[in-house]
Ligand binder design. Structure first.
Ligand SMILES: [Fe+2]
Ligand SMILES: [Fe+2]
Length: 395
């Protein structure tokens, strides 16, 4: 049997603390190898910007070179959508027959482990290695270990002395603020890679990064739709006199939270009800990705422009007040080229021949009819948008 430690993390960036931890665990348990598994798109990080997989992978390559028995598994980076450890382990087993696995965790990760997706299937496949850090309280470690054992896990606690006390987020902050203070905590090749590729610098609102990140986090057809909305929004902006760059970016972003579920809101300290105006306003989970998209656009992508954030926020429902950019994103969602079907054909014609207001009214009518025929609630913002268009037309 080959004994392999599995070490997961975002590694954004990998630093000497990670490498030291891996070395100590390998030595203490006489492991043959350590497999670093850079995280793909962990669901609890939906509000955090994580660097692209290829960059994190390249940094890991630089960090592990020269370390005997250190390998990298790219299984999560190759998947789209959310990635869970429980889904990754069977892939690693397939790639590594005849191995015995040890899953390495810090005490903070271990404390939440039993809430992980399919934790029991991880327990069934690996022994859990708890890495005790210098500052950890013995009583905490004991309690965590006891809980894991009670759940059937085989556990091992490894005390790592003098572990380099630095976090990836501190390193990112240093790079961003041009503070050289912590750069010696990075393996040389990693520091060089960060500098050469301008990682962690400005990057906020960088369209190329957003595009690549969306391709990673959205389902493929949703990503194609987002590109379509970006293109269509740009076209409409040119036609109706809005800022084409802003429109393209807002269109690209509009569904960025489409695959975020209501239960994930607790990871940013929110709940579905926080998005409703009042009881009976017709706000539902299906509409969440509008207002949540504005939050993700701001937190994950650093978008600060309130016009872009508003357009993303309003696109699922419309709203009391609609700016030209809001109109464009609301409509481009329906008129982009990948949408197929009679309703979409018709709204394209109405928009081209009759303009924004008539097209919005057509869309609002469709939503109203569709929801009413299913006995589903109609969102109050959509009703008000519709009423205001009608009043404007009659006035
Ligand atoms: Fe949407
Ligand atoms: Fe959409």
């Amino acid at each position: 049997m080959i004994k392999a430690g599995i070490y997961g993390g975002t590694f954004d960036p990998v630093h000497k603390g990670h490498i030291k931890c891996a070395e100590e665990v390998k030595k203490a348990l006489s492991l043959d190898k350590i497999i670093f598994v850079p995280a793909g798109n962990p669901p609890h990080k939906f509000a955090n910007p994580i660097s692209l997989g290829r960059d994190r992978h390249n940094m890991l390559k630089a960090a592990v070179s020269g370390h005997e028995g250190f390998e990298i598994c790219d299984a999560e980076l190759l998947r789209t959508g959310y990635t869970f450890t429980a889904d990754t382990l069977p892939e690693i087993e397939k790639r590594c027959p005849g191995h015995e696995f040890y899953y390495i965790m810090g005490s903070d990760a271990a404390a939440g482990f039993l809430n992980w997706y399919k934790a029991e299937s991880i327990i069934a496949r690996c022994r859990l290695v708890l890495v005790e850090r210098p500052g950890d309280a013995q009583s905490d470690i004991d309690a965590i270990e006891k809980a894991l054992r009670a759940a059937g896990a085989g556990t091992l606690v490894i005390k790592v002395e003098g572990l380099i006390d630095v976090s990836s987020s501190e390193i990112r902050r240093c790079v961003r603020e041009r503070d050289e203070g912590l750069l010696d905590r990075l393996p040389a090749g990693v520091a060089q890679y960060i500098a050469a590729n301008g990682l962690y610098r400005e990057g906020a609102g960088d369209e190329e990064f957003i595009r690549a990140d969306l391709e990673r986090i959205l389902k493929p057809e949703r990503f194609v739709h987002s590109l379509g909305v970006a293109e269509e929004a740009e076209r409409l902006a040119v036609r109706f006199g809005a800022d084409p760059d802003k429109a393209r970016l807002a269109g690209l972003l509009h569904d960025c939270a489409k695959n975020v579920k209501a239960e994930q809101l607790r990871w940013i300290g929110m709940k579905l009800e926080d998005f409703a105006l009042t009881a009976g306003d017709g706000f539902r989970e299906k509409l969440l990705h509008g207002p949540l998209g504005a939050i993700v656009a701001e937190k994950r992508y650093g978008i600060r422009d309130p016009e872009i954030l508003d357009a993303v926020r309003k696109h699922t429902t419309g709203d009391y007040e609609m700016s030209l950019l809001d109109d464009i994103i609301f409509l481009a969602d329906y008129t982009e080229k990948n949408r197929k079907g009679a309703f979409f054909e018709e709204i394209r014609v109405i928009l081209d021949e009759w303009g924004i207001r008539k097209a919005e009214l057509f869309a609002a009518n469709e939503l109203l009819v569709r929801f009413a025929s299913n006995n589903a609630p109609v969102n109050i913002r959509t009703v008000i948008m519709r009423n205001r268009i009608i009043e404007e037309m009659n006035g």
